[in-house]
Design a protein around this ligand. Structure first.
Ligand code: NAI
Length: 254
C-alpha cells in the first residue's frame, strides 16, 4: 500500500480521510496535537504551530512517502498569529521539508476552503506573504490588516493556500510530484460552530440557501481521488467540494 501522511488526523475531515485510507490498505502516518491513533498505522504527536516541532517531525518521518495531506487547520475564532502559523506558514514549512522524502509520483493535497475562493481580490497581500514565516508574522498582520476581525485571517490563510498551490503546479514536476487543493464548504465537524460564530450573518445566509451542511464523508473521497494515480495530470488546481456554494457565489456576482 501507499504511505500517506495526514495532518490533523484526530478529528473531522482528517480523521475520516485517515480511516478510509487505512481501510483501503494504505499505511497512514497521522499527525495531530491530540491523541487518537487507533485508525492510523503510526501516530506522531506534534504541534504544527511550532517550527521546532515541525522540523523534528521532518527528521523522524520515514522516506518514500507517496502522499501528503495538509489538512490540519484552525477556525477563525483563533488569533491571527496562531491561525497563520498552522494554516499557512507551518503547512508550507512541513511541505518543503518533506519534499526530499517524497517518492517519485507523490501527490500533495492541501485542504483549503470555500473561504479562500476570493483570492484574486487579495493578490497584493498574497504576494507580500510569499516570504512570510514564523518570525515576521506580527509585522505582516499589522501592515496588511490580516487580523481575526470578521474571520479575515482565516480567509486570508485559505486564499494564500490556494494561490500557493497554483503557483507550485510544476515546481516538482521533474520527480512527478504534484500538488492540488480541495476547498470544502461548511462541513459538520467540531469547528463548524466557530465559523457560524465569527461569520455571523454571512454564515446564516449560507445555511439558509444550502440543503444541508457537508460531512467529512463528502470531502475525504475527493482528497483520496487527488492522492490516486488516476489524477496524475491534475496539477496545481483547486476542487471546490461545497454542495454548489462556490458556483452560487460566482453566478450571483456575474
Ligand atoms: P477539526 O477541528 O475537526 O480537525 C482539525 C484537526 O487539526 C484537529 O484534530 C486538530 O487537533 C488538528 N490541529 C489543529 N491545530 C493543530 C496544530 N497546531 N498541530 C497539530 N494538529 C492541529 O476540523 P475539520 O473541520 O476537520 O478541518 C480540517 C480542515 O478543513 C481545516 O484545514 C479547515 O480549515 C478545513 N475546512 C473545514 C471546514 C468546515 O466547515 N469544517 C470548511 C472548509 C475548510
Amino acid at each position: 500500500g501507499k504511505r500517506i501522511v495526514v495532518t490533523g488526523s484526530s478529528s473531522g475531515i482528517g480523521w475520516e480521510t485517515a480511516r478510509r485510507l487505512t481501510e483501503q490498505g494504505a499505511e497512514v502516518l497521522g499527525i495531530d496535537m491530540t491523541k487518537n491513533f487507533d485508525h492510523v498505522e503510526e501516530f506522531y504527536r506534534a504541534d504544527l504551530s511550532d517550527p521546532r516541532a515541525i522540523d523534528a517531525l521532518i527528521d523522524v518521518l520515514p522516506d518514500r512517502i507517496d502522499g501528503l495531506v495538509n489538512n490540519a487547520g484552525l477556525p477563525p475564532t483563533k488569533t491571527a498569529d496562531l491561525l497563520l502559523r498552522v494554516n499557512l506558514v507551518g503547512l508550507k514549512r512541513l511541505t518543503y521539508g518533506l519534499i526530499p522524502k517524497l517518492a517519485e509520483g507523490a501527490s500533495i493535497v492541501n485542504v483549503a476552503s470555500l473561504a479562500g475562493m476570493g483570492w484574486p481580490d487579495s493578490v497584493d497581500a498574497i504576494k507580500a506573504a510569499e516570504h512570510l514565516d514564523f518570525y515576521n508574522l506580527d509585522a505582516f498582520i499589522a501592515q496588511w490588516n490580516v487580523t481575526s476581525d470578521g474571520g479575515r485571517s482565516y480567509f486570508f490563510s485559505k486564499e494564500a493556500l490556494i494561490a500557493w498551490t497554483m503557483q507550485n503546479r510544476w515546481t516538482w514536476r521533474d520527480r512527478g510530484i504534484r500538488m492540488n487543493c480541495v476547498s470544502p464548504g461548511p462541513v459538520d465537524t467540531p469547528i463548524l460552530d466557530d465559523f457560524l460564530q465569527t461569520l455571523g450573518a454571512r454564515a446564516e445566509e449560507d445555511r439558509r440557501i444550502m440543503d444541508r451542511p457537508g460531512r467529512a464523508e463528502d470531502i475525504a473521497p475527493v482528497i483520496m481521488f487527488l492522492l490516486s494515480d488516476m489524477t496524475s495530470w491534475i496539477r496545481g488546481t483547486n476542487i471546490p467540494t461545497d454542495g454548489g456554494m462556490a458556483s452560487n457565489i460566482l453566478c450571483n456576482k456575474h
